[in-house]
Write a protein that binds this ligand. Structure first.
Ligand code: FO1
Length: 314
């Protein structure tokens, strides 16, 4: 990013909704994304970074928009072959997607940092004008303590168990933020907490050493609600909403715009100025009473939302 500009903290699905439109609205070189790595996992010896890949695929026009993850036009013959060999098939790595994980793993094994590897993947995928940075260069897995006493990795719960088992506590990894991500935050004119899960996508980034300290020095910090009052249709958004409801319940918060605003305001007092919520939501007064400035936007329309966010950060 060429001095200043906007940094967007993001997860996968919510990020893929906003990132391409916000990049277009702000113009080349004006947006940096800092992406959650709490969902990353090792799969058959390969390093998989679901949220980084969702953002890279969205920016390069390759994302399967209906599914909300992976590549458009994907096939899953490898998964079928693994299952035929008796391997668990709960995590569906596509045949084309596999190439990304092979290249990432090779580059990591050659000694490159996750920041460097992500930059290289972005270049090879033709992503230009937007920097995509992992929040941490070190493995920072999010764990979930379930109500039944088990402790599980995020993807095992989210994908393997469809986010159905109740969550008692979200255990967010601590550790250093990636140097490039911290440098981008320190130099930013504005930071946007994207419309992603406030606990397991944004909360995991904010938990890393140096991130909140950097944000406290940024003039404009804007948060976008990840939820609307409308009931999500069956599919990835519904699955995502169930996960958000579960982890917010574990923190004592409600899955609503006002609930997310309250979550951020309690955890990070004084950090956020404006809070963007859907124009169909009736939560404006509740958000204002929490001490955040409510701004309404058409949350489900990426270009309309990006225009409102761009206006707030420039
Ligand atoms: N999501 C699923 O619901 N099922 C899957 O089998 C699955 C596989 C997968 C493989 C690679 C990848 O980059 C993402 C994948 N996702 C899958 C998406 C991912 O689990 C979630 O969207 C995020 O981790 C939540 O932000």
């Amino acid at each position: 990013m060429s001095g200043g500009g906007t940094v967007l903290l993001t997860g996968g699905l919510g990020g893929s909704h906003l990132v391409p439109a916000l990049a277009k609205a702000l113009g080349p070189g004006r947006l940096t994304t800092v992406v959650n790595v709490g969902d990353d996992l090792d799969w058959h010896g390969l390093r998989v970074c679901p949220d980084l890949d969702t953002v890279l695929y969205a920016l390069s026009g390759r994302l399967d928009r209906e599914r909300g993850w992976g590549l458009a036009g994907e096939t899953f013959h490898g998964r079928e072959a693994l299952e035929a060999l008796g391997e668990p098939g709960w995590f569906g790595v596509g045949d084309r997607d596999l190439a990304t994980h092979l290249v990432r793993t090779d580059l990591l094994r050659s000694g490159a940092s996750l920041t460097e590897v992500t930059g290289e993947l972005a270049r090879r995928l033709g992503v230009a004008g937007v920097a995509v940075l992992p929040a941490s260069d070190l493995p920072s897995p999010t764990l979930l303590a379930l109500a039944d006493g088990r402790v599980t990795g995020f993807e095992e719960w989210y994908v393997g168990a469809r986010a159905v088992p109740s969550v008692h506590e979200v255990i967010v990894a601590r550790g250093p933020g990636a140097p490039a991500a911290l440098a981008a935050l320190s130099g930013a004119d504005a930071v946007v907490l994207g419309p992603s899960n406030p606990v397991t996508s944004i909360g995991t980034i904010l938990a890393l050493d140096g991130v909140v300290g950097a944000l406290e020095r940024v003039r404009r910090v804007v948060a976008v609600a990840p939820t609307t009052a409308a009931t999500p249709p069956p599919g990835p958004v519904e699955h995502h909403a169930r996960a958000r409801r579960q982890v917010l319940a574990a923190t004592g918060d409600e899955d609503s715009a006002a609930g997310v605003a309250a979550h951020y305001a309690r955890r990070f007092p004084g950090l956020i100025g404006s809070f963007v919520l859907d124009e169909g939501d009736a939560d404006e007064r509740a958000v204002a009473s929490i001490g955040l400035r409510p701004v309404t936007a058409p949350l489900l329309d990426p270009d309309g939302l990006a225009a409102v966010v761009a206006d707030l950060v420039t």
